[in-house]
Design a protein around this ligand. Structure first.
Ligand code: NAD
Length: 380
């Protein structure tokens, strides 16, 4: 079975979907791996490293035309999907709720898409959970970026010239990214507070040595899969009102709040930003999915009245080597799970297979996930 991976097209992207180590494991499994010339150059991984692992190299168009499976990290663009043979398998992030055109194209070209965002959040599937692996590194990079931009030291320091108090960091949204942000800020010596609408996370926040901020916004909770329930506009307004004081006292605010399949909630408004001290830093990890912070711009760093608002979309890409290792490992776990010895390759369907059932989005000309199908009807 021909596994193909081509260079990631997104500007500034240094991550790769396959590392030399995972290439070797794939070849060991019985796959043949074909890569675009210069595949890992952005990460300083020479072609030789992949050749030694058992891959061969070729030109992009020829490779795509011969692919049984395309392995990618970012959603492949329309030209890439169009260059694949009908019926090919695609494994990658696809951003299916916002990139409806890719879903439609994949459906119409009868591609079988195994979509990383739709891997079930179960204990068994944890090793394939690329949303988590990338979010965790993103949470780390958000804090490192904030520390770099902040005019304040994170740890407390006692010096002959005086005592420097620790930086105050406020993390909003305590999922995978938020937990890693809390842990990283704590390690750097900051005083950390955190808030989430899911009260179940309070204990996790406290176990990391941070303070959980209690806000009374009425009934909140989570879905069966553990995702946050969307707040009403009135609840969000109340949340902002009660949160303003904590935001005003923070040197750094990191927002990570997401709603599965929906635009991110607006949590910090312009007045709250204006209430912060000059030199304060906000990292809005949801800037590319609608933004938690008023005034944040996806992929940009803006300064509003002395407050720096960072909306970088690809924070995991700042630690591209580790992010690639984690992603490649997630992909390998999914391939290994789907491998069928008798067929000498991977399958995309299997009776009662919770993982494949969950992440196989398009197959045989049909969109199989009801939530995505519904968002397509809505013109997404
Ligand atoms: P996410 O990226 O969807 O959202 C980040 C956080 O934002 C969540 O904690 C959410 O509750 C919070 N949020 C949403 N609206 C908010 C608001 N208005 N104010 C404050 N916070 C708000 O979350 P995620 O990191 O993908 O995690 C989602 C769930 O999946 C969690 O329950 C997590 O524990 C679970 N999970 C399970 C596994 C597993 O079992 N394999 C793996 C990863 C995550």
């Amino acid at each position: 079975m021909n596994f193909v991976s081509v260079r990631e097209g997104a500007p500034g992207e240094r991550r790769v979907a396959l590392t030399p180590g995972v290439t070797k494991r794939l070849v060991g499994l019985g796959a043949s791996v074909h890569l675009e010339t210069g595949y890992g150059a952005a990460l300083d991984l020479a072609d030789d490293l992949y050749t030694e692992a058992g891959a061969t190299f070729g030109a992009r168009d020829a490779l795509l035309a011969s692919a049984d499976v395309l392995v990618a990290l970012n959603p492949p663009d329309e030209a890439t999907l169009s260059a694949l043979p009908e019926g090919a398998i695609v494994m990658s992030f696809l951003d299916p709720f916002r990139k409806g055109e890719l879903v439609t194209l994949a459906r119409d070209r009868k591609l079988s898409t195994l979509v990383m965002e739709l891997i079930p959040r179960t204990s068994y599937a944890q090793k394939m959970d690329a949303l988590s692996s990338q979010a965790s590194l993103g949470g780390y990079a958000a804090v490192i970026t904030a520390a770099d931009r902040s005019p304040k030291s994170f740890p407390m320091m006692s010096t002959p010239a005086g005592t420097i108090p620790p930086a105050r960091v406020f993390v909003v949204g305590v999922g995978v990214a938020g937990l890693q942000a809390i842990a990283t800020a704590k390690r750097l010596g900051a005083r950390v507070e955190a808030y989430d609408t899911r009260p179940v996370v309070a204990e996790q926040v406290q176990s990391l040595g941070a303070k959980f901020v209690e806000l009374d916004v009425g009934e909140t909770g989570q879905t069966e899969q553990g995702y946050a329930k969307e707040l009403t506009p009135e609840q969000l307004a109340e949340q902002r009102r009660q949160m303003a004081k904590v935001v005003a006292g923070a040197d750094v605010v990191i927002t990570t709040a997401q709603l599965f399949g929906r635009p991110a909630p607006r949590i910090v408004d312009a007045d709250m930003v204006a209430g912060m001290k000059p030199g304060s830093v906000i990292v809005d990890m949801a800037a590319s999915t609608g933004g938690n912070v008023e005034g944040s711009v996806s992929d940009e760093e803006v300064v509003v009245n002395g407050i720096r608002i960072i909306g970088f979309a690809n924070l995991p890409g700042q630690v591209a080597r580790d992010a690639s290792e984690m992603y490649a490992s997630n992909v390998f776990a999914l391939i290994e799970h789907a491998w069928d010895e008798e067929q000498g390759g991977m399958v995309v369907e299997r009776d009662g297979d919770e993982v494949l059932n969950g992440c196989l989005l398009t197959h045989g000309g049909v969109v199989r996930d009801e939530r995505v199908a519904k968002s397509l009807e809505g013109g997404a």
